[in-house]
Design a protein around this ligand. Structure first.
Ligand SMILES: Nc1nc2c(ncn2[C@@H]2O[C@H](COP(=O)(O)OP(=O)(O)O)[C@@H](O)[C@H]2O)c(=O)[nH]1
Ligand SMILES: [Mg+2]
Length: 387
């Protein structure tokens, strides 16, 4: 690859380190076009309405987060930015943190760590969506190191935070855009309401801020208003949106968008998709068809296939990963709505189980509310400890 990338600002650039993933597992060939019908119940696990999500994070000035820094605004701004979003993450995680830490704290009436306390701690971790396997791992380690010793709840939380950070570290990686691709194609999938369209808009905004040429494809042609929604976001982010009326063939649209992005020399093409067709087979066929069709233009596309998961769905996220893995070549996750979800612990369970990279997290509805996923900050935040 001869091209070298210019130094760019922005967190995607700063955290960029991963090579473009190889998508070697093409989905099964089931080329029937998806029939368009009125939305009906599907057998894909669907996110419940996110009643849990706080209306707006009550934390300080979002404007410090992405106030486009001048070329030498330098380190200070980055530090301020880091503090700003970390405190927002902590505020967002507050419900998850409360759920985990209250139950841990309530167990420490006795001084010495005994089996009963270990069992109860294990239950508390499972209740907080960290999953049976993670809970067992954390408890085994704690038991080994501290059994029969005097421990405080803070020590326990610190030990858990360290272990959780260790689990999360390998999956905390940014989305690497391969600048040799023109465009780098990002396919975004997930159930209805998980945050796909919003995440695409946020990413478009970020990439644009890094000086990249971005194009969006409004591939959710199934849901009325979905196309309009992406157009509004596209306008806000100042990037072109390729669209067709509701009911149009999504694969055809993706094909046209890729042709156009190529012709215009775009760096990144983000393709939105429907989260729900009238049944799982139709969605599977549609996603497979999109992949198949864009590969006619670029056999290596999509270069990234992101599954967007809503943190408020908790354990249901596991089923969504399983389902979507059968439908498209998922190679990374974005977890949204970590602001205000009490179920943020599920991210740890997902990391441990699927080992898929978490390229970004959503911490609000605004265009600036997408952040890189940082293992230690998240783990300590979850356990109610300072960063
Ligand atoms: N609080 C919060 N809301 C979010 C986040 N991401 C998306 N949303 C909201 O979730 C709802 C569904 O998002 P949308 O992008 O339309 O989901 P899609 O159906 O997967 O495209 C919208 O009201 C978004 O504003 C997030 O990180 N935090
Ligand atoms: Mg959408």
């Amino acid at each position: 690859m001869s091209e070298t990338e210019p130094e760019k600002k922005g967190w995607f650039a700063r955290f960029r380190s991963r090579g473009a993933p190889a998508n070697e597992t093409p989905p099964s060939e089931t080329p029937q076009p998806a029939e368009r019908q009125v939305e009906k119940q599907t057998d894909i696990p669907v996110a419940p309405p996110s009643a849990e999500v706080a209306p707006s994070p009550s934390e300080p000035p979002p404007e410090v987060l992405d106030a486009a820094p001048g070329p030498d605004a330098g380190k200070k701004e980055e530090e301020v930015e880091a503090k700003g979003w970390l405190s927002r993450l902590r505020a967002g995680l507050a419900k998850s943190t409360k759920r985990v830490t209250e139950s841990i704290t309530s167990l420490f009436t006795k001084k010495k760590l005994d089996q009963e306390t270990l069992n109860e701690l294990e239950d508390a971790l499972i209740q907080a969506d960290l999953g049976v396997s993670v809970a067992a791992r954390l408890i085994a380690k704690l038991g080994k190191e501290r059994f029969g010793k005097e421990v405080t709840d803070e020590e326990v939380r610190a030990a858990f935070a360290d272990d959780i950070a260790e689990i999360l570290q390998p999956v905390a990686m940014p989305l690497a855009i391969d600048s040799a691709r023109k465009p780098h194609v990002v396919l975004v999938v997930g159930v209805n309401g998980s945050g796909k369209t919003t995440t695409i808009a946020k990413m478009a905004h970020l990439f644009k801020g890094e000086g990249r040429k971005v194009m969006l494809a409004a591939g959710d042609t199934f849901r009325a208003a979905a196309v309009e929604q992406l157009k509004v976001w596209g306008d806000r982010a100042g990037v072109p949106v390729i669209s067709k009326p509701t009911g149009a063939d999504a694969a055809g649209l993706a094909y046209e968008a890729l042709e156009k992005a190529r012709a215009e020399g775009s760096d990144v093409l983000l393709i939105d998709t429907a989260g729900r067709l009238h049944n799982k087979t139709n969605l599977m066929e549609e996603l497979a068809k999109i992949v198949r069709v864009i590969r006619k233009i670029d056999p290596s596309a999509p270069h990234s296939c992101l599954l967007v998961l809503d943190a408020t769905t908790g354990q249901n996220a596991h089923a969504q990963v399983e389902t979507f893995k059968t439908m498209s070549p998922i190679d990374a996750l974005v977890v949204t709505k970590l602001d205000g979800s009490a179920k943020g612990g599920v991210l740890v369970a997902l990391a441990e189980k699927f080992k898929l990279p978490v390229v970004a997290i959503g911490i609000g509805e605004g265009i600036d509310d997408l952040r890189p996923f940082e293992a230690r900050a998240f783990a300590r935040g979850l356990m109610g400890l300072p960063a």
